[in-house]
Design a protein around this ligand. Structure first.
Ligand SMILES: [Fe+2]
Ligand SMILES: [Fe+2]
Length: 129
């Protein structure tokens, strides 16, 4: 893949990450139906984002040996996030369990985003130079 398109992919992924972070902080301010709507958006964003990474970004990284262990970890983190999202989908934001799961979701996503941007992106950027 050309450097230009790699740079574009990284920028798109970063923009998605910022958007999800924003949705998480919006969620904290919301209640009832609006909180439910916000969760639906978080669900949609994360599901789509994970799909794009799994279909386009992670396979493109197979050309770098250094990213192999990161990718395996990243894929298993995607799976945990998917499981949480599905569990939350059948709950209401007012359910006690929902709040705990939301905290867990936010923590997992933040940790994952940090790893992608600090570790995986680092490898891709240094390979582009
Ligand atoms: Fe990811
Ligand atoms: Fe990501």
């Amino acid at each position: 893949m050309a450097s230009k398109s790699k740079q574009d992919i990284l920028s798109l992924i970063e923009a998605d990450h910022r958007k999800v972070e924003e949705l998480f902080s919006e969620f904290e301010e919301l209640e009832g139906k609006k909180a439910q709507e916000c969760f639906k958006q978080i669900y949609k964003e994360l599901t789509l984002h994970a799909r794009v990474e799994e279909l386009v970004f992670y396979p493109a990284l197979r050309e770098y040996e250094e990213t192999e262990s990161y990718i395996e970890e990243a894929e298993s983190e995607h799976n945990s996030v998917k499981i949480l999202l599905e569990q939350m989908k059948s709950l209401k934001p007012t359910d006690g369990e929902f709040e705990t799961k939301m905290m867990h979701l936010q923590e997992s996503v933040m940790h994952h985003v940090e790893e992608e941007e600090d570790e995986i992106f680092e490898v891709v950027r240094s390979a582009m130079d």
